[in-house]
Design a protein around this ligand. Structure first.
Ligand SMILES: Cc1cc2nc3c(=O)[nH]c(=O)nc-3n(C[C@H](O)[C@H](O)[C@H](O)COP(=O)(O)OP(=O)(O)OC[C@H]3O[C@@H](n4cnc5c(N)ncnc54)[C@H](O)[C@@H]3O)c2cc1C
Length: 285
């Protein structure tokens, strides 16, 4: 199939984007890397009247570290994050996520803003943003607002973005000294979307974890923070008993639906396996 006809605009400034958004209808779509949007156009799952291409808009791309914050422009490509020394040093969870996102051709075009706006529940970057306590910088003609990532994802492919708004950047707290993070997933083949994934972030002192955050993906309609499992783990020495209690508690945090990849029970089992492996790797590193 081919896309339904649409008008196409290539503004070079954010004000130009906002003007177009103000003049156009609800069925306008922003085009970033096109790696999720273009297939939906080709299958006519999306039939916008206007596509506003963000690729020539100045100031939307780049990685800057200042103080304790790493700011990533929305149009920054996955491949830029993958090869950035700043990301490797200050956001190791994001660096670990990159090679697991699709394949090199997808990472060459796909953007972090597109990934967060698309809000696929099995995607890596939304889970990283939630696990690391990132803030989404949302811009519109009215100004800028910042939304914590844990409040940004509302449901399946649903976010807090309102009409006339776009993601301008994402602000991550740089990983503090003494902390470790891991991004792990189970997928049928390398590059596939995760069956189950986990972004884990914690202060590590010997075999004790504290200030722990666990964001699971692929198990819910949005990234899921596992609060009950964290309660079992917080400040404890990581032992087989503690891991078993945390795995048990995970059953209160997650209620994965059955889907084409397997039953909810299977996914919960995989989440428990991932939890145990990931945390053991964090204290053992
Ligand atoms: C074969 C294949 C495998 C893939 N595997 C994975 C994978 O394993 N993990 C994974 O996470 N992703 C995967 N992807 C998706 C890829 O990471 C996409 O790049 C990403 O989800 C969307 O980013 P994009 O820049 O291409 O956005 P686009 O496709 O251009 O846009 C996606 C949506 O976001 C909106 N949007 C884009 N930018 C903004 C913005 N700044 N503000 C507001 N709205 C915006 C668009 O209007 C559109 O609705 C895969 C894609 C393909 C084709």
């Amino acid at each position: 199939m081919k896309p339904a006809p649409f008008a196409y605009a290539t503004p070079s400034t954010l004000d130009g984007v906002f003007d177009l958004l103000a003049r156009s209808g609800e069925d306008t779509r922003l085009l970033a890397g096109g790696q999720s949007l273009v297939p939906t156009l080709a299958f006519r799952l999306s039939t916008p009247s206007l596509l506003i291409d963000l690729n020539r808009v100045a100031g939307l791309s780049g990685i800057t570290a200042s103080g304790d914050t790493v700011r990533i422009g929305a149009m920054t490509r996955h491949c830029e994050l993958e090869h950035s020394s700043v990301i490797a040093a200050k956001l190791p969870m994001v660096a670990q996520a990159m090679p697991q996102i699709g394949h090199p051709a997808i990472r060459t075009r796909g953007t972090i803003g597109g990934s967060l706006a698309f809000a696929d529940p099995a995607a890596e970057l939304p889970a990283c943003a939630v696990a690391l306590g990132a803030r989404i910088v949302i811009a519109s003609r009215e100004g800028t607002r910042r939304v914590p990532a844990r409040d940004f994802f509302k449901g399946l492919y649903e976010t807090d973005l309102r009409t006339g708004e776009l993601i301008a950047a994402i602000e991550f707290p740089a990983q503090p000294p003494g902390y470790r993070s891991r991004l792990a997933e189970l997928a049928r083949r390398h590059g596939d979307y995760a069956l189950v994934g986990l972004g884990a972030h914690a202060k590590v002192d010997g075999d004790r974890l504290s200030d722990l955050r666990l964001a699971f993906f692929g198990v819910s309609s949005r990234p899921a923070l596992a609060a009950q499992a964290v309660r079992e783990l917080e400040g404890q020495r990581l032992s087989p008993t503690v891991l078993a209690l945390a795995g048990e508690a995970l059953g209160d945090d997650l209620d994965p639906p059955d889907d084409l990849n397997g039953s909810g029970r299977t996914k919960l089992h995989l989440a428990r396996v991932l939890l145990s492996r990931t945390l053991s790797g964090m204290v053992g590193a």
